[in-house]
Design a protein around this ligand. Sequence first.
Ligand SMILES: NC(=O)c1ccc[n+]([C@@H]2O[C@H](COP(=O)([O-])OP(=O)(O)OC[C@H]3O[C@@H](n4cnc5c(N)ncnc54)[C@H](OP(=O)(O)O)[C@@H]3O)[C@@H](O)[C@H]2O)c1
Length: 369
Amino acid sequence: MIMTISRRRFIRSASALGALTAYPGSVLAQGSAGRPLDILILGGTGFIGPHEINYARSRGHNVTMFNRGRTAPGMFPGIETLIGDRNGELDALKGREWDAVIDNSGFYPRHARLTAELLHGHVDQYMFVSSISAYGDGLSVGQDEFSAPYAVMDDPADESESPYGPTYGARKALCEQEITKVFGDKAINIRPGIITGVGDPTERLRHWLVRMVAGNEILVPGQEDLPVQYIDAQDMTAWMVRMLEDGGSGPYNAVGAEEPYRARPLLEGIRDAVDSPSTLTWVDWNWIRDEVSRVPSYAPWYGQGPIPFMQINNDRALASGLTFRPIAATASDMIANLSDGAADNLRAGFDLETEAALLEKWHAQAASR
Ligand SMILES: NC(=O)c1ccc[n+]([C@@H]2O[C@H](COP(=O)([O-])OP(=O)(O)OC[C@H]3O[C@@H](n4cnc5c(N)ncnc54)[C@H](OP(=O)(O)O)[C@@H]3O)[C@@H](O)[C@H]2O)c1
């Protein structure tokens, strides 16, 4: 039977946990910067851009955005918005000066080179939002920014793929190199892992939260002990803005928390923190694959053995001031911002009927073992 708990009760519980764990409530308004900066944000209206803008403004900085005007137009009526396209339509950036740029929208090396060359001499620091996908398949557990291998692609000039297509990581690596060629030690390359938090369009954490709000039994595939790294967009963007204030240089892995979470304690901890009556049932991934002809996406929860992309070294980011709120606070914020009908719009995982049938069979087999 599916039980439902009220969202209000769920949120109240999550907030209570936050108090116990010294949740600061918000990373906003934690003080102002010594000197207000003029910051250009390339791509301010997607997922992480609004977090950057809100934090930068709360620190007293002036923000200008540059984008095509397609994503969430009108989101920030009080902010100067320059319209153009990374694909060569950059006139709106000409003849202007900023202290720093944050580049959220660089996906092709040519685009990165064009903005870096145009802004050089007009902007002091160039912060590029890259990705841990810039690392290649040879990555091993615990590698840092300088020991990990870069992803590569056959033709670096190939722009035939969509931004997040298969060569995404190799293109991010090439973008970093283009920007560093132009800006030298004034280039800052942020390499995030899985970013989550309010506005996260993916279900990498939201899936579990929506299911916990519903309150029924939840099938969790794969390894209970799997190390996983999540970073809250608020934590990451606040640290990025503070780094522009203090100065930074080179690459930084942006992954959380201090140590990777473990799958089971992470999900059960969130479940308990938010007082959800859900039970979480871990089901062997190979058993699932034998039971169904097509397995849905559950990234990053399944797999065999360690996943190096979930155990990246973050010492450099920690040393430069990256801090993390409790993950229960992230979960609480996300639940408070769930859209109506969120449960009906899940795309990851099995549909509820299939999941219930699998769970029934799994329990029956466990009972007969
Ligand atoms: N989400 C994650 O877990 C994750 C992990 C690692 C790295 N990252 C990196 O983080 C960055 C930001 O991610 P996000 O999820 O916030 O991005 P997003 O939601 O896709 O937002 C992209 C922003 O860039 C603008 N934009 C896109 N294409 C453009 C173009 N050709 N010219 C000008 N503006 C353009 C968009 O506005 P318009 O559409 O109006 O142009 C929007 O404001 C990306 O570089 C991504 O690779 C994300």
